[in-house]
Design a protein around this ligand. Structure first.
Ligand code: KG4
Ligand code: ZN
Length: 343
């Protein structure tokens, strides 16, 4: 059975995994860097890149040991080649190239977003193309029609912040700690989602996109008013994000043919987000697919799996494959109005 080694190092998780074409996760190794970045309240690119240098090669050795295989048993090596923090991307991609060269194996340069986009198919063998994907992470907030391997139609994106970024900034504003998403989710459990009136940017808008910058400013004003408990702000913020995600996703469900509604990316680990999307899918008589939480946040199993899907399709890369800080999944997507670098 085809066996793919996957490497991930595009943000603040270093990871190596071995996955087969029939969905067996033979090894899954991951080292977080939270402690390195916590004093700064966010990911510091230079610190991240250095931490990847230290962690990645030992994780590859650990993954091979976990699966009880050697590099010779691997059919191809898949490494994240972007988008992401370029120092980290370069560490992972060059490591992948060196292993591919040394072992005489093909290299697959994987788009990190494609890893997230195809991860639901690793979790669910019955998920067929095309599906409507809400990709919500620290760097992206997009609705994509996933039509096949390498065939992604971007229907909507954020015109300012990504959803995960809004969670991270809210956590910082409320002093809830780092990483922000899980901290806000935890605080929200003890709060009232109706306590603080917050805006729902672009909800009901005729254009398809997302916006979260205004929400973040409203959180700042609510905090500075001194009127509200941090838990109530967290719960109200989370509800506002959920309402935005649902409204924008509902708009697309009426417009596309899809076999399922799928969510992926770090924010898909959020239980309120998952529950609301599940309800929306049920409303439309559609299947709802969400990978398990560990597969939603960054990991190398999703990169190995995207590698397996590309390998099966005959899509391999040369040893000169570039590292890219920016790499849109849909090269034909138009720039969204007002969209900044993250679109
Ligand atoms: O996909 P990911 O691990 O990295 C990127 O590719 O960006 O996503 C990380 C993002 C962070 O912004 C983090 O705060 C958010 O996902 N996140 C969450 C939760 N867990 C992670 N957001 C809300 N609720 C969570 N439980
Ligand atoms: Zn990611």
């Amino acid at each position: 059975m085809t066996l793919i080694l996957g490497l991930e190092s595009s943000c603040d998780e270093t990871a190596a995994a071995l996955v087969t074409a029939d969905r067996a996760i033979r090894a899954h190794q991951l080292a977080g860097q939270e402690a390195d970045h916590r004093p700064f309240g966010g990911v510091v690119p230079e610190i991240a890149a250095r931490a990847h240098v230290e962690a990645l090669t030992p994780l590859v050795a650990a993954a091979l040991a976990e699966a009880g295989v050697s590099l010779a048993d691997v059919d191809a090596i898949a490494a994240t080649a972007g988008p992401g923090l370029i120092g980290g991307v370069m560490v992972g991609l060059v490591t992948g190239k060196a292993l591919a060269l040394a072992a005489g194996k093909p290299l697959i340069a994987v788009n990190h977003l494609e890893g997230h986009a195809l991860s639901p198919r690793l979790a669910d063998p019955d998920l067929e193309f095309p599906y409507l994907l809400l990709l919500v992470s620290g760097g992206h907030c997009q609705l994509l029609l996933v039509e096949g391997v390498g065939a992604y139609r971007r229907l909507a994106t954020t015109i300012d912040d990504a959803a995960g970024e809004a969670f991270d900034k809210t956590a910082k504003l409320l002093g809830l700690g780092f990483p922000g998403g899980p901290a806000v989710e935890k605080a929200a459990l003890a709060g009232d989602p109706k306590a603080v009136p917050l805006p729902r940017p672009l909800v009901g808008s005729g254009e398809p996109h997302f916006s979260f910058a205004g929400l973040k400013s409203a959180v700042l004003r609510a905090r500075d008013s001194g009127q509200y408990a941090a838990e109530d702000i967290a719960a109200s913020f989370q509800q506002a994000v959920v309402d935005c995600l649902i409204d924008r996703t509902r708009r697309q469900l009426g417009a596309v043919e899809a076999t399922a509604l799928v969510v992926a990316g770090g924010v898909a680990a959020n239980k309120a987000v998952r529950a609301a999307l599940e309800g929306l899918a049920a409303e439309h008589g559609l299947r709802f697919v969400a990978p398990p939480q560990w597969l939603c946040t960054d990991n190398a199993a999703m990169i190995a799996w995207a590698g397996a899907e590309r390998f099966r399709a005959g899509l391999v890369d040369g040893l000169d494959a570039p590292a890219r800080a920016r790499w849109p999944l849909d090269p034909h997507a138009e720039k969204a109005r007002g969209a900044g670098v993250k679109a």
